[in-house]
Design a protein around this ligand. Sequence first.
Ligand SMILES: Nc1ncnc2c1ncn2[C@@H]1O[C@H](COP(=O)(O)OP(=O)(O)OP(=O)(O)O)[C@@H](O)[C@H]1O
Length: 291
Amino acid sequence: MNIDYKLPQEISTTVKTRQKLFQEDRRLIGSGGYTASDVSIIEDAIIALAMGKNVLLKGPTGSGKTKLAETLSNLFSQPMHSINCSVDLDAEALLGYKTIGEQNGKSSIEFVEGPVIQAMKKGHLLYIDEINMAKPETLPILNGVLDYRRMITNPFTGEVVKANESFGVIAAINEGYVGTVPLNEALKNRFVVIEVPYIEGDTLKTVISQQSKLVDEKLIKLFVSLSKDLLVQVQNGQISEEAASIRALLDACDLAVYLPAKRAIQRGIIDKLEDERERSAIKNIAETLFE
Ligand SMILES: Nc1ncnc2c1ncn2[C@@H]1O[C@H](COP(=O)(O)OP(=O)(O)OP(=O)(O)O)[C@@H](O)[C@H]1O
């Protein structure tokens, strides 16, 4: 992937070096394709990662955080190991687990390395999705991994693991969403925070054209207007942020290839919401825009 961003010379060199380093191992690399309305979002993330900083992508659901992380993985040609946080997340899901294996006909206890250990040893990227969904007591295990030490003593094996130089961490957070807790300050402090808002206008039009099956230009324009109106309602506190999710909008655009647009909006956006007031607010907006 070419880099057309405005980057300092040393950063471009770092990116190119990493691209060469990981040319061989492209299995885990995502498809890429984050489109930014503000290019500084990508540029700043590249610079922070290239400088060895942890990057925290902060934004509402379906705003493209995972897509951006995949794009960064692509840019650096650096495979990415993902962790999806939940209240059940434990040390084993992060670091790995012991299992009984067989060697030369004899059974022995083996350790299967988890995403953190693998990414550290191979110098890959680690993506920690919904980091504020994890129980607050689970993540401090990673404190040493996330600060200048870049190391961990694996509690299951006693091994001291020191990260390969190109190891990098990207985490994503969706503050305020049901089930999340504010991210512990000590943890947040270990990251460079990059806001990832919902895209709008021409950027959104491009993403709809690229990612949805909808080709009707007139309808695409109307969906871009719908998104704009939904964002205004979000800002006015009339509807919750997730109602303006790009993911939901893309669902509605896809359905609108075969369904009347208003029914597509019902299935793709409105039916994902519970609150009756929010549902009828969105229905009203759709009524005014679509036939
Ligand atoms: N700026 C963008 N550029 C490209 N694709 C985007 C963008 N914003 C949203 N999308 C698309 O919207 C969908 C949702 O994006 P993604 O899964 O990356 O969101 P997310 O912020 O990680 O969501 P969540 O917080 O729910 O995990 C994907 O299909 C993605 O391709």
